[in-house]
Ligand binder design. Structure first.
Ligand SMILES: Cc1cc2nc3c(=O)[nH]c(=O)nc-3n(C[C@H](O)[C@H](O)[C@H](O)COP(=O)(O)O)c2cc1C
Length: 353
């Protein structure tokens, strides 16, 4: 299996399975001398942690990071930073009954066709648990970005068709669905709970923004800012689409309405571009939305086949998130921060001075 590493200069390798001994990441390219705030890293992990509310899987994992290398007295040495998370709360027996069946909507069938083998315990490497490592790496990227005045934030713009009517970023961490609108958050949470009681699941849309991004990030041909971000975000299990700025709405706009007028001082009168032109940041807010599907694993009977091809029925009684959106918000921030940190380091190579 290849492609467990993402990034060119700031690169992240993840390893581990949902029910194995441990998961973790190796982050390479962190500039020597970068002070690392371990409390900030832990608070990012706490935002993704399972069992944080009735909205998420009840699996209880401390997600305590063990920093094995690359940090001395709270400062990055420039060597690879390895971070380990031991699994402590696996219930592998939950998967015994479905080990020979494929969960509709999950990676099981395609994985088996590709490898002829799979780790059925908790989905193995296809589990959302792999993203604990991404969030740890993203927390380091965020700290590098902060030194350049860049912040990344995300929220639940829509869940189960219920849209946030206001964007108040102060609300996001005050409700369990991470919506930027307190009133919509209540209705979103009700919809998640209703789906859960019905042994079903719901999806939604995440909004992400990077503020303070200088103009000039993004390599103009294959490693465009938007192309790399799409790669990073679509690599998160359960993300089904991404749009930048006006996004798909651009398809029905006229050029005169879609073009963002350029004002004196290099400001823009609107931001239909989402802060990226020609794959390069233009100095405006970098903004995108991604679509998240309803969780595949649901505890109601669905048609499938077994490994011999015999028709069967499956329901997934294990511990699952009835909606992926709330826990995915910090994962989206992390992957965005990893892309931006990498492009920031690459940009330093782009021209003299
Ligand atoms: C943080 C996080 C938690 C997830 N939890 C679950 C879960 O409890 N049950 C589930 O079926 N899928 C879960 N997923 C989604 C699966 O990983 C994903 O659907 C699966 O790998 C198949 O990939 P695809 O949906 O992109 O085709 C989670 C994803 C993330 C990022």
């Amino acid at each position: 299996m290849s492609s467990n590493t993402f990034g060119t200069l700031f690169s992240v390798t993840t390893f581990g399975e949902s029910h194995g001994a441990a998961l973790g990441c190796i982050v390479d390219g962190v500039p020597a001398g970068l002070p690392l705030d371990l409390d900030a890293l832990k608070s990012e992990l706490a935002r993704r942690r399972p069992g944080q509310s009735g909205m998420t899987t009840p699996r209880q994992e401390a997600d305590a990071p063990e920093i094995l290398s690359g940090v001395l007295n709270g400062v990055a040495t420039g060597a690879p930073i390895a971070i380990l998370f031991r699994n402590t709360n696996q219930h592998s027996a939950d998967y015994d009954a479905i080990a020979n069946l494929f969960r509709p909507g999950h990676a099981d069938y395609a994985w088996e066709r590709k490898f002829g083998f799979r780790d059925a315990r908790g989905g193995g490497r296809t589990s959302g648990r792999e993203t604990v490592a991404r969030v740890a790496a993203g927390a380091i990227a965020k700290q590098l970005l902060a030194r350049h005045g860049v912040t990344v934030r995300a929220c639940a713009l829509e869940i189960a068709g219920i849209k946030a009517q206001n964007i108040d970023w102060d609300q996001v961490e005050r409700n369990p669905v991470r919506a930027p609108d307190a009133e919509a958050a209540v209705r979103m949470a009700d919809a998640v709970n209703a789906a859960h009681s019905d042994h079903d699941s719901v999806g939604g849309i995440i909004l992400c923004e990077a503020l303070g991004l200088p103009a000039g990030l993004g390599e103009p041909v294959f490693d465009k800012l938007d192309a790399l971000t799409a790669h990073a975000i679509l690599s998160i299990g359960g993300v089904k689409g991404i749009e930048f700025g006006a996004g798909f709405g651009a398809a029905v706009m006229r050029g005169s309405a879609h073009n963002d007028p350029i004002l004196p001082g290099g400001k823009f009168a609107s931001n239909n571009a989402g802060g990226v032109l020609g794959g390069i940041s233009n100095g405006d807010v970098f903004t995108f939305r991604c679509a998240v599907k309803p969780t595949a694993s649901i505890n109601r009977p669905q048609k499938t086949i077994d490994r011999d091809g015999t028709p069967a029925e499956i329901s997934t009684p294990g511990r699952h998130d009835p909606c992926l959106v709330p826990r995915m918000v910090p994962v989206v921030e992390a992957m965005t921060a990893i892309v931006l940190a990498d492009l920031l380091l690459l940009a330093k190579n782009s021209r003299l001075a």
